[in-house]
Design a protein around this ligand. Structure first.
Ligand SMILES: N[C@@H](CCC(=O)N[C@@H](CS)C(=O)NCC(=O)O)C(=O)O
Length: 162
C-alpha cells in the first residue's frame, strides 16, 4: 500500500519514539491522518522513494511534499493547529522547548544505543557508557512532566561472530 495522494499520511511504526511524537501531536491538534506502519528495514525500498534518508517518521503532506524530520513535522502541525501545542512565548516556551529537547535527545541516544547493540559486530563500550539509561526525572523539568521511560534496560549487548 502507498500513501494516497491528497491524504496526510504518517509513515513509520509506533515502536519509534519519533513516530509516536508526531502521531501524538497530530492527535492533540485534531488533524486526521492516515498511517502506514512501514519498517525502515523491511520496507526500505519503497520508503527510499519517498524519503532518501530511509528514516521514519516520514510525513507525506496533502500536496506533493514529504517532511523527513519530526521537528519539521511539529512545525507544520503547530501552524495548522487551532490550539497552540506549546506556550507562545517567553520563559514558559523556553521551559517547554527544554523539556522537548531533553525528551527528543534521550530518544536519539536510545536509538543510537539500540543500533550499537543490534547492528555492530562489537559493541563500543565507550559509546555505550556515554548513554546511561534514562531513569528518573530530568533535572529542572516541570514536576508535572512524566519522567522518560526510554531505558534500554531490555536491550542486551550482542557480540556477533565475525
Ligand atoms: N531526527 C529524526 C530522527 C528519526 C530517526 O532516527 N528515526 C529512526 C527510527 S526511530 C530511523 O528511521 N532510523 C533508520 C535510519 O536512520 O536509517 C527525527 O526527529 O525525525
Amino acid at each position: 500500500m502507498s500513501p494516497a495522494p491528497g491524504t496526510l499520511t504518517l509513515i513509520g511504526q509506533f515502536d519509534s519514539p519519533f513516530v509516536r511524537r508526531v502521531a501524538i501531536a497530530l492527535t492533540e491538534a485534531s488533524i486526521p491522518f492516515a498511517h502506514l506502519p512501514w519498517s525502515v528495514f523491511d520496507d526500505a525500498d519503497r520508503l527510499r522513494l519517498i524519503n532518501p534518508l530511509v528514516r521514519v517518521p516520514t510525513l507525506v503532506l496533502e500536496v506533493s511534499c514529504a517532511l523527513v524530520d519530526s521537528h519539521a513535522m511539529l512545525d507544520h502541525i503547530e501552524r495548522r493547529a487551532a490550539t497552540a501545542l506549546r506556550p507562545a512565548s517567553g520563559a514558559k516556551r523556553d521551559a517547554a522547548l527544554r523539556v522537548e529537547g531533553l525528551a527528543v535527545g534521550k530518544a536519539e541516544k536510545s536509538i543510537s544505543l539500540f543500533y550499537e547493540y543490534q547492528l555492530h559486530r562489537e559493541v563500543s563500550e565507550l559509546w555505550a557508557a556515554r548513554i546511561p539509561p534514562a531513569r528518573g526525572p530530568c533535572t529542572s523539568s516541570p514536576s508535572s512532566f512524566p519522567s522518560p521511560t526510554m531505558s534500554p534496560a531490555g536491550v542486551q549487548p550482542r557480540v556477533r561472530p565475525p
